[in-house]
Ligand binder design. Sequence first.
Ligand code: FAD
Length: 316
Amino acid sequence: MPTTWVFSEETNGTPSSLSLEMLTKARSFDGDVAAILVGTASEDVVATLGAHGASTVFHIDPGDALPGAPVAAALADLVEEHGPGLVLFGLAYTDRDVVGRLAARLGVPVLSNAVDIEVDDDGVRVVNEINGGMTLVESTFTDAATRLVVVRPKSFAAESGDGGTPDVVEVSLPGDGGATITGRHEESASGPKLEDASIIVAGGRGMGAAENFELLEDLASTLGGAVGATRAVVDSGWVPYSLQVGQTGKTVKPDVYIAAGISGAMQHLVGMKDSGTIIAVNKDEDAPIFGVADLGIVGDVHKVLPPLLEALEARD
Ligand code: FAD
């Protein structure tokens, strides 16, 4: 079984949730598992990576350098020294920046958009989605010594196991890559993050106007959930891109996904179709969203949602 490395970016004292999903999968392969931690290696972060399956943590701290170029250079040296069979990256900004540069440095291919990975003595098989998630393709690496794979969020559930404290290996950076981060701006938000929420109330163009998203915000906060949106409303400037669900937005898998005034275009479905229970409200009974909905309400969002909010607020 090959040694598997998992790329993990630390932000605000937490390793990316995607890296914990990938570590959980990696430990099912039976081989050694290591994490490549980019950011600050606090005791908590290292312990979390260990609990999810990493027996070694390669720590790279780019400080205020833009991580892509210097981290890829450091990683290329590390891969050549240790020769891991498989390196997993998430479908996230820094991960993608690093993996592209790493592939070019090593001269090896990348399989991206993976939703499943199988590893055995015959090699590594990767299942990925094409056509907006409507077609699954299985691919294998033929002769790459180190296989690079980019994994879609929520493809695997993150579960901590009984791993101990990993060894931490400090990795130095060969230069700073030439670009420095001069400022960081965090979008203010209340309630759970969209990708972590167990309930999502998402709106589409059928909500009619930006101000009608207040109704969805009230519903989401009453339910302890988060607001999501389609690309059509993001492009119209009604809500920020950070709320976009779908092929070019976030992949979510909440217990409950309420789709209000959303047609159900393939590019939206690919980001939410694996949600637990999908509830759709649409005035067009032929809207494709009803094809994936567990509960469908044919009706006007402005007539269906206000009484729903009232009923929820009236609960004890
Ligand atoms: P529409 O398709 O216009 O649907 C609005 C729906 O609201 C209709 O079904 C209508 O019947 C209903 N409606 C209208 N009024 C009411 C009312 N009063 N009450 C109830 N229902 C009502 N889209 C994404 O969402 N996420 C992505 O990541 C994404 N990526 C894309 C990537 C590419 C390369 C491309 C080409 C497209 C992408 N899209 C994405 C866009 C996607 O194809 C659709 O255009 C978009 O999802 C449609 O958004 P919508 O459902 O809000 O709008």
